[in-house]
Ligand binder design. Structure first.
Ligand code: HPA
Length: 247
């Protein structure tokens, strides 16, 4: 049975609930080790792959994630559609805590990350078209699935990818807002670009954990609140995925 969908779970999503016939694969890649074993299993009659981006024990910070190994390993196992689930801070007024969004644009502010499979000596240099960073069909299918599952999801928005692991200053978020970012997170890139290099269909489900610095009414971002919001938003992901698989 081929893999219909791969999920890369972010902060708060370390296992896919209710997976049946689970097999774990520790994949070695030309780019090193993925964040953890890749878990294959069934949701109903559909086979999916799951990978915890930060490791199942959340031991890998965003700037140390081996994005290349993660994406390569999923592709190697046969995945062709990948949904990245990412915790984010909300910048735009309708992107407050607990909101789910399927962004349609990205601005990359990260640095010192290995951002391409072309970095290896002798590899063919590819200049991928990235004007639309996410797969239009997978985005549309996710939005339709959320609607069928009666889960409100914001359609579109620009994801600003920051280096982390620290949260941003108010001035940095003000700059991101001026740049047109609606959401801010630390893990959206280079994952999306690497997926495009391997011609995977890739889209992001962003879970808003908190107002970004200086947004909303919060003076300071509280970690317990972030985790409570994330837990709430994360619970909406499996029903969306089930609806996506059911088609
Ligand atoms: N900034 C960056 N990444 C995040 C945030 C944030 O405020 N919240 C959750 N991930």
């Amino acid at each position: 049975m081929s893999i219909e969908l791969a999920l890369i779970g972010g902060t708060g999503l370390y296992k896919f609930p209710g997976l049946e016939d689970v097999e774990r694969y520790a994949v070695d890649t030309p780019y090193g080790h993925p964040s953890d074993s890749i878990v294959l299993g069934r949701v109903g009659n559909h086979r999916i792959a799951f990978l915890a981006r930060h490791g199942e024990g959340h031991t890998i910070p965003p700037h140390r994630v081996n994005y290349r190994a993660n994406v390569w390993a999923l592709h190697h196992l046969g995945a062709r559609r990948v949904v990245g689930v990412n915790a984010v801070g909300g910048i735009r007024e309708d992107m407050g805590p607990r909101v789910l969004a399927v962004p349609d644009q990205v601005i990359d502010y990260t640095y010192d990350r290995l951002t391409s499979f072309c970095d290896v000596a002798g590899a063919e240099v590819k200049h991928i078209d990235f004007s639309e960073p996410y797969s239009a069909t997978l985005r549309a299918d996710l939005l339709a699935a959320a609607q069928r599952a009666s889960i409100p999801v914001v359609d579109g928005g620009c994801y600003g990818a920051t280096q982390g692991p620290r949260l941003e200053t108010r001035a940095e978020i003000a700059r991101l807002r001026r740049d047109g970012c609606d959401l801010v997170g630390m893990t959206g890139m280079p994952e999306a670009a690497l997926a495009r290099e391997l011609e995977l269909d890739y889209a992001c489900v962003a879970l808003v954990a908190n107002w970004a610095a200086g947004c909303g009414d919060e003076i300071e971002i509280s970690l317990p609140e972030i985790f409570a919001n994330l837990e709430n938003a994360t619970r909406q992901v499996p029903p969306i995925v089930a609806a996506l698989l059911a088609g």
